[in-house]
Design a protein around this ligand. Structure first.
Ligand code: ADP
Ligand code: MG
Length: 259
């Protein structure tokens, strides 16, 4: 329900692709305002979990609940409208469109003006598009001043780190309750990753109820940003707890900490 601290939960999630079990009976909870890190080697099932949560994959068994309501069978676009936004491991920006337009498109689920409105009822559509542009500008500023300054540039011209920032801004344009980030620091150097962490902290400070799930490889980020870390390995949940606890697990040390 709306007052429960748990905003998103998964129970007994199993995902089979033919004979391959990509996820086996995984359970998780995510509270309002919480940052949950997800780590695990390549092929562990991390992206699969995000794809299940966002309705891209239908789990072979188990269920996902947002504020207590079952999401199984709800189409992906409706899951976004209910309050779960995400970024993808590989960029999904529209490179020819401006930074601002990319955010406005992210907002699309919240505007009533469809294509036909835009063509036949320009007045109403224009008012809604102006409101969407104003919202997008405010949002860009809140994620990154540098991004806002580049708002009229084509997204394809942005530096890698700014593209990542823009993807986060675009996901936030739907005013989500839950934000899922799939390897946001991939391709970034340490300085960019530090700046990304600052951006994420700022976003969370402005939206204290927003819950985040972050799939990450960069252990510096995993050590300092999430409140809790879940470890996936061969589709199974190996551990779930504060970084200080999970870092002591031998399998985690082997896989990540070079020991
Ligand atoms: P991770 O994100 O942890 O690297 P994934 O969730 O992408 O791992 O993949 C987990 C396993 O599931 C891998 O073995 C992958 O090949 C497999 N897998 C993921 N998606 C599909 C799919 N659509 N069809 C077949 N196999 C898939
Ligand atoms: Mg992945």
């Amino acid at each position: 329900t709306a007052s429960s601290p748990v905003v998103l939960e998964g129970e007994n999630l199993t995902m089979r692709f033919g004979g391959l079990v990509a996820m086996a009976e995984v359970a998780f909870t995510l509270k309002r305002g919480e940052i949950l890190g997800i780590i695990g080697p390549n092929g562990a099932g991390k992206s699969t979990l995000l794809n299940i949560i966002t309705g891209i994959y239908i789990p072979s068994s188990g269920e996902v609940r947002l504020e207590g309501e079952r999401l199984n069978g709800v189409p992906a676009h409706k899951i976004v409208a209910r309050g779960i936004a995400r970024t993808f491991q590989s960029s999904r920006l529209f490179g020819d469109l401006s930074v601002l337009d990319n955010v406005i498109i992210g907002r699309h689920t919240h505007t009533k003006a469809g294509v036909f409105d835009a063509i036949f009822r320009r007045g109403r559509a224009k008012a809604e598009l102006d409101a969407a542009a104003a919202h997008a500008e405010t949002l860009l500023k809140s994620v990154s001043r540098g991004l806002h300054e580049q708002r009229h540039r084509p997204a394809g011209e942005l530096a890698q780190a700014d593209r990542r920032r823009l993807e986060i801004a675009r996901a936030l344009a739907t005013d989500p309750k839950v934000l899922l980030l799939d390897e946001p620091s991939s391709g970034m150097d340490d300085a960019d990753t530090d700046a990304l962490m600052d951006d994420i902290r700022a976003v969370c400070a402005q939206r204290p109820d927003l819950a985040l799930m972050i799939i990450e490889h960069d252990m510096r980020l995993v050590a300092s940003l999430p409140h809790r870390v879940m470890v996936l390995d061969y589709g199974q949940k190996l551990a779930d707890g504060p970084y200080e606890e999970i870092r002591k697990i031998p399998r985690v040390q082997e896989a990540y900490l070079g020991r």
